[in-house]
Ligand binder design. Structure first.
Ligand code: NAD
Length: 351
């Protein structure tokens, strides 16, 4: 810390008695008060592996230059803030604040929530959901209090259920509460396709929808390169009787999260990039299509009030449209089963 420096309540390093310094008075003639507004402020709650990977991606990809960090671990928060601020000369006018006080999040365009507790040994899914609901109860109302027009992007797991919980806790309209959902699963899928075909992942198209994780649903009917649908070349693609066993790719997608966690303890870079992509779509009003967790009651014969991933058009208002993919009977059944399972878990949540 500089000898004459101090940390103010915003977590910014301020210098005392600025106005009285003769050198400053000689150098700078104030004309107008400065404003803090950059019109692209993003709050990230949870400065763990996922939160910081998202922040780093957003800052270095130029998605935002205005970040507010919130966590309960004060030292970690301050350390992350300072470390990023020291990179200011390498970024484009980054403004980075950090505090345990939600006042710094005021007027955020987007609030990304990556705070959460991990599963304890022997802990049931419902028990984890309840513990994370209790965490969200301390976060979501404060975010909405300071940024009533914000769009929430939830990454904490189990992401589909916690997106529902956040929607309930926030009182925001459903199009402004989004779960990162299967945007990551779909990216993993496209990477594996690209490895198999030796074609860039950006040119391999395919969607994984439904529940993020184990029971996600790959939509084989839409997988294509340059508009050439694989299902037109191999009618049994994705089925158990497919002699080429393409479904192995989806199994690898599901396994790959566990594999990364086994090897490095957590996943971070890919989910960070995924969150950055979603934030960019919203901040630039892109109207681009991403598989994200959204309110799906009424879609694909789903009767439950649940959030699952479907391809959504994202722009400055959040989700503007849901794209209706034609699904096979098997895909529909899998999606509807996930909805039932999630609805059963949600019934047990105490708000
Ligand atoms: P982590 O333990 O590294 O970080 C979690 C952070 O949340 C910690 O810094 C902790 O202090 C903070 N936190 C806890 N309670 C808080 C509260 N009340 N207010 C503010 N901050 C609080 O965990 P991680 O590896 O970063 O993972 C975070 C979450 O993201 C987990 O739920 C994980 O399962 C999930 N995740 C989701 C995806 C996805 O695709 N959706 C991918 C990877 C991880």
């Amino acid at each position: 810390m500089p000898a004459n420096g101090s940390s103010d309540s915003n977590g910014l390093w301020g210098f005392k008695d600025k106005t009285k310094m003769a050198t400053l008075q000689q150098l700078i003639q104030p004309v107008q008060p400065k404003t803090d507004d950059t019109n692209n402020k993003v709050t990230v709650v949870g400065t763990g592996q996922v939160g910081m990977a998202a922040v780093f991606a957003m800052l270095t990809q130029g998605v935002t230059n205005n970040i507010a960090l919130v966590d309960v671990m004060e030292n970690k928060l301050k350390g992350e803030m300072m470390d990023l601020q020291h990179g200011s000369a390498f970024m484009k006018n980054a403004k980075i604040q950090a505090s345990t006080d939600y006042a710094i999040t005021a007027f955020s365009k987007i609030c990304v929530v990556t705070a959460g507790v991990r599963q304890r040994e022997g802990e049931s899914r419902l028990a984890l959901v309840q513990r994370n609901t209790d965490v969200l109860k301390r976060i979501i109302p404060k975010l909405v209090q300071y940024s009533p027009d914000t769009i929430l992007i939830i990454a904490s797991n189990p992401v589909d259920i916690l997106t529902y919980v956040s929607w309930k806790l926030s009182g925001l309209p459903k199009h402004r509460v989004i779960g990162s959902g299967t945007n990551l699963d779909s990216a993993r899928f496209r990477y594996l396709l690209s490895e198999k075909l030796s074609v860039a992942a950006t040119s391999c198209h395919g969607y994984i929808i439904g529940e993020h994780g184990d029971s996600s649903v790959p939509i084989w009917s839409g997988v294509n390169v340059a508009g050439v649908r694989f299902c037109d070349l191999n009618q049994r693609i994705g089925t158990e009787t497919d002699p080429e066993n393409w479904n192995e790719l989806h199994e690898m997608v599901v396994r790959s999260a566990y594999e990364v966690i086994r090897l490095k303890g957590y996943t971070s870079w890919a989910i960070g990039l995924s969150l950055s992509q979603l934030a960019r779509a919203i901040l630039t009003n892109a109207n681009s299509v991403h598989p994200v967790s959204t309110y799906v009651m009424g879609e694909h014969g789903i009767d439950e009030e649940v959030f699952l991933s479907l391809p959504c058009v994202l722009g400055q208002n959040g989700v503007s449209d849901v794209i209706r993919q034609p699904l096979t009977e098997i895909e529909l059944a899998l999606l509807q089963k996930s909805a039932l399972v999630m609805s059963a878990v949600q019934i047990g949540i105490i708000f």
